[in-house]
Write a protein that binds this ligand. Structure first.
Ligand code: DC
Length: 234
């Protein structure tokens, strides 16, 4: 068993399938999945519980609340716990989704998330998904993927999953509009690393995209590579 630990970074815009793809890739490689967005969501959920209207939130209070979030390793992934408890439904809920971009703009919160994610990678090979993993969090990741897909297709996939049926075109159009707005809010931090492999999944099934990433990761493993060297925030 090799001592070397690998980092696979998967970045891309909202609803590009990063988290589900990252989990599936991690399962195939027997690595642990770290969803960095879940940490922003966890901090946002606590802010929603404790602070008033989102437009009054300040970075110091949100950061204080974030110290109640722990990232706990499971058998296939790291899970954020809020004051020791799982809160998957809460962090994926509409209220958190509406306010999370605000929290993700806070530099101190970004530094806190990055530290949690880097700590998770100590002692584990990981597949980490987010927006800036290949650029800021692990600029030396062994493999960097940037996932993109046409906004209409991203909206269609997201709605199909949420509604459990085929969405109507009008529904897809509305969801596309929301996604494009979220893309704009998150644009500053959603950056493709120069050495990332760009994967357009518009015409790929999820199994196909997973296969491609697993094949790339195995090629890197065979070729040998540097371990990750976490960088400080710029
Ligand atoms: O991928 P997601 O929807 O769970 O991300 C939640 C929010 O966190 C979204 O506003 C983008 C932001 N985010 C970020 O800025 N940087 C990351 N590495 C991950 C997520």
């Amino acid at each position: 068993m090799s001592e070397r630990r690998m980092v696979v970074a998967i970045d891309g815009p909202a609803a590009s399938g990063k988290s589900s793809t990252a989990q599936w890739v991690a399962d195939r490689l027997r690595f642990l999945h770290v969803d960095s967005g879940a940490l922003y969501r966890a901090a946002t959920a606590l802010a929603l519980r404790e602070l008033g209207a989102a437009d009054t939130w300040d970075e110091i209070r949100v950061l204080e609340l974030a110290s109640d979030v722990t990232l706990v390793p499971g058998t296939t992934s790291f899970e954020p716990r809020l004051r020791g408890a799982s809160a998957e439904d809460e962090i994926r809920g509409a209220d958190v989704t509406k306010c999370v971009s605000r929290v993700a703009q806070m530099p101190a919160v970004r530094r806190w998330v990055n530290e949690q994610v880097r700590r998770a990678a100590v002692g584990h090979s990981v597949v980490v998904d987010g927006r800036d993993i290949g650029t800021v969090v692990f600029p030396d990741a062994d493999l960097k993927i940037f996932l993109v897909a046409d906004p209409w297709e991203r909206a269609r996939r997201r709605l199909t999953q949420r509604l459990g049926r085929r969405p109507a075109d009008t529904e897809i159009a509305e969801e596309t509009e929301r996604l494009v707005q979220r893309d704009a809010k998150d644009a500053t931090q959603t950056v493709q690393a120069r050495d990332a492999v760009l994967l357009d999944t518009t015409y790929l099934t999820q199994a196909e995209q997973v296969e491609r990433i697993v094949a790339l990761a195995r090629a890197v493993e065979r070729g040998g590579s540097r371990g990750p060297s976490p960088a400080g925030d710029a």
